[in-house]
Structure formats: C-alpha cells, structure tokens
Design a protein around this ligand. Structure first.
Ligand code: GLN
Length: 194
C-alpha cells in the first residue's frame, strides 16, 4: 500500500508520521508524476486559499479532480475538506474542487484562539477519538447519499461519499491513527478492485 500526501502546504508531515506509525509507505505528492502507483491521497490541513493557488500553479487542479472522480481514495482534513467540497458559503475568491457533496463555512468557530479539542464518537469505532478543531470549517449542508460518520452537536464533522473521506478536525497532530485506519480500509478496498 502506498499513500500520497499532498505536500504543497500545511501539516503534511504530521500525516506522514501517522502513516509511518501504521507502517504504511507514504510519498509526498507535489507533481503529477508523484501520483503514479499511489493507492490513496491525503489532503492535509493548512490554508485552503493557499492550496487553491498552489494547485493551479502546479497544474494539478483539473488533474486531481479527474483522479478523484476516477475513484482515487482521498482523505481531506480541515482545509483539505474545504478543497474537496462542492460549495464554500462565505468565500468568493476561489472555488473548491467540487467533488464532495457538502457545503462548508470557513473559520466557522472563530479565530485561532478559539481552537479547541473534544472527544468524538465515530461510527464504526469502539473508542472515542480526540478531534482538534483549528480554525475549522463547519459543514452546513450535506447532499443525499453522504454518510455522516461523526457529529459535533448536530453538525457533521466526518463524512464519507464513496471514495472520499473528509473531516473538519485533525487527529494526526497527536498521532491518533483511527481515522487514518478507516481511510486505509477504503484504499485497500479500491486496490482490490484493480
Ligand atoms: N481556516 C483554514 C481554511 O479555511 C483551515 C484550517 C485548518 O486546516 N486547520 O483554509
């Protein structure tokens, strides 16, 4: 199993460390040729506006969208979830990839100082997972057919749509591996089809 981590910006190294804990081979993805042979891609947290600029600059925007629509498993965390979404309700300056049927509101819980951690119940997991919400977006709308795997209050915070998994929170920064393991199960399922 070889997992790519989009390494244009943001906390890609924490994702690599989490994959290393799971003894999974990780590769930093910055150019089209880095996609060769990967079984899944993680889009880390960071700044979604910067991701959008970098994806365009690297000529990856259309390419990445096609890869995901073609079935490449992808896991977006926080800014990564924003990039995957269909619509950003409070953003006029850039458009997301539009592959995941959720509407998001950026920085919905406030500024950096309002960041927080909380325990979350996740469907399919026996133990609760500590999620870190760092200038996190809120998922304000989900399309039909999207599985909501975790909520905070009544708001979805972890969603799945076929090959796409997205969380508005981080777990990789404390080495929690459970959500990554869920993602790897999807990667293995897809790899078995090939
Ligand atoms: N606030 C960032 C954005 O809107 C996301 C922050 C994060 O990834 N932790 O892109």
């Amino acid at each position: 199993m070889k997992i790519g981590v989009l390494s244009l910006q943001g906390d890609f190294s924490e994702h690599e460390q989490t994959l290393a804990r799971l003894k999974v081979n990780a590769i930093e993805v910055r150019r089209k040729e880095h996609f060769d042979g990967i079984n899944g891609l993680i889009i880390p947290g960071g700044e979604s506006t910067v991701f959008s600029i970098m994806l365009k600059r690297q000529g990856l925007e259309v390419f990445l969208r096609e890869k995901i629509l073609g079935g490449l498993p992808v896991f977006g965390t926080c800014a990564g979830a924003i990039i995957l979404s269909k619509k950003i309700v409070n953003e006029k300056n850039f458009s997301p990839l539009g592959v995941l049927g959720i509407h998001v509101k950026r920085n919905s819980y406030g500024r950096q100082v309002e960041s927080f951690e909380t325990n979350l119940k996740v469907r399919g997991l026996k133990h609760e997972v500590k999620g870190f919400f760092i200038r996190a977006p809120e998922i304000v709308k989900v399309d039909k057919g999207i599985e909501v795997l975790a909520r905070l209050g009544n708001k979805p915070v972890l969603v799945k749509q076929e090959n796409i998994l997205a969380s508005t929170f981080h777990t990789e920064i404390i080495g929690e591996t459970a959500i990554h393991e869920l993602f790897l199960m999807e990667c293995e399922k897809q790899a078995a089809k090939i």
